[in-house]
Design a protein around this ligand. Structure first.
Ligand code: SF4
Length: 166
């Protein structure tokens, strides 16, 4: 077993050395910076979240004085703003993007996945982690709201830029 572990770890290490998007720090302190590429545009291609590795207690959190079984979800990646202190600015720069690129799941995909997660893990609250949940078209919001209410219908929190509320 000890030898197998060493073999597995050395194979993983040699794979990682050539893996795009990773910086590798070697034992002598040198850092290899691999190319940044291969950004996934169509988020619907991703598999559903697999939360089986988490123990039950990871889900329980207090919100507004009540204990909820919370699930974390993000309907999009990216932000239209360019705040100097935010990782989104660096991410855009790393990929050589001149403009922000917002990547989203389709509404149908989000609802399918949330229903699956709600039923499988008995989630009672969704915490949306989008950089800016409010940055969606009215038609996307209308469709999302009506399907969310119909099929998911769980309390939730979102992050959003306040100027989009005005
Ligand atoms: S996520 Fe927030 S902090 Fe980051 S760029 Fe967008 S608005 Fe700015």
């Amino acid at each position: 077993m000890e030898i197998s572990q060493t073999t597995i770890l050395s194979k993983i290490a040699s794979f990682m050395i050539n893996c795009n998007n990773l910086w590798i720090k070697h034992s002598d302190g040198k850092i290899t910076k691999n190319a940044v590429k291969d950004i996934l545009i169509n988020l619907d291609e991703l598999p559903f979240y697999d939360w089986d590795i988490y123990s039950d207690f990871h889900y329980y959190r207090i919100y507004d004085g009540e204990v909820n079984k919370m699930g974390d979800y993000s309907t999009s990646r990216g932000c239209i703003n360019n705040c100097s202190y935010c990782f989104n600015k660096l991410l855009r720069k790393s990929y050589g993007m001149k403009h922000s690129l917002i990547r989203r799941y389709s509404v149908e995909r989000i609802i399918d996945e949330l229903v699956y997660l709600k039923e499988k893990y008995n989630i009672t609250f969704i915490k949306f982690h989008d950089s800016d949940f409010l940055n969606k078209s009215n038609s996307y919001f209308d469709k999302f709201s009506s399907l969310y209410q119909k099929y998911v219908n769980l309390p939730n929190t979102v992050n959003g830029c306040v100027e989009l509320l005005i």
